[in-house]
Design a protein around this ligand. Structure first.
Ligand SMILES: [Zn+2]
Length: 235
């Protein structure tokens, strides 16, 4: 479950992310009543088998069988903030009723990792960059966004407004603060590499973390709400 909001006196609309149908909105009837059988079962980012009945406007949740719940781990404020950001990003980037198997797998892996991590906020840059890759929005780590030449190993420039990395010839003279050194370039490549790959890494350098965050904001057109929450607890 990605999101829940109240509807009427006792109902809630849940935004679910499913492997088969992508993002789906469904009503939980009476879930805010104390005796509701469904009430406590749909937790943030728990994984469940959900039976839906077709409704006139929205589908109605008939049954929920929880498969995995991370509620105990996610009550920690920093873990909850990281999990909330992950849920918000999937909600904002994914269109309803569009199956996105790669993103489902990415989300399941991220939630599991956040629940187990000593510093959950450190996992966010890789999740963000892998999400951009899965959506086809990740910038090339190999070619300049302006002229298309191969980027040098020893440095690159981040052009957030263009959504990518640039070469020294196009950007070097601008004295931009968003310059990557050789370590950042290598880190950016490793951070976006598929899981289990020889060069994959989980941790971002500070400049790469900032750039990935700015790229997410560029594509969304605004900063996710949970970002501020995460910054508060990650300090
Ligand atoms: Zn260039």
């Amino acid at each position: 479950m990605l999101r829940a909001r109240n509807l009427g006196e006792a109902d809630k609309i849940f935004t679910l992310f499913t492997r088969a149908h992508g993002k789906v909105n469904a009503v939980g009837k009476g879930v805010r009543r104390p005796k509701s059988a469904l009430g406590g079962r749909l937790e943030l980012l728990s994984e469940a088998t959900v039976t839906l009945h077709r409704g006139r406007n929205l589908d109605v949740i008939a049954q929920v069988q929880t498969l995995r719940s991370y509620w105990m781990q996610l009550v920690e404020p920093d873990a909850l903030a990281a999990a909330s950001l992950v849920a918000e990003l999937v909600d904002l980037f994914c269109e309803p009723e569009l199956a996105l198997d790669d993103i489902y797998t990415l989300l399941v892996g991220a939630v599991k990792a956040i629940a187990a991590a000593p510093a959950p906020a450190a996992l966010i840059p890789r999740f963000q960059l892998r999400l951009l890759h899965a959506l086809g929005l990740a910038p090339s780590a190999d070619f300049c966004i302006r002229c298309g030449t191969t980027l040098e190993e020893n440095g690159a420039w981040v052009d957030v407004d263009a959504g990518g990395l640039g070469c020294e010839r196009c950007y070097g003279a601008r004295g931009d603060a968003h310059a990557f050194d050789a370590g950042d370039v290598a880190n950016f490549r490793a951070l976006g590499a598929p899981r289990g790959g020889a060069r994959a890494t989980l941790a971002a350098t500070p400049k790469v973390a900032r750039a990935v965050d700015d790229l997410v904001t560029f594509h969304l057109g605004r900063r996710p709400r949970a970002r501020a929450l995460l910054d508060t607890f990650a300090r």
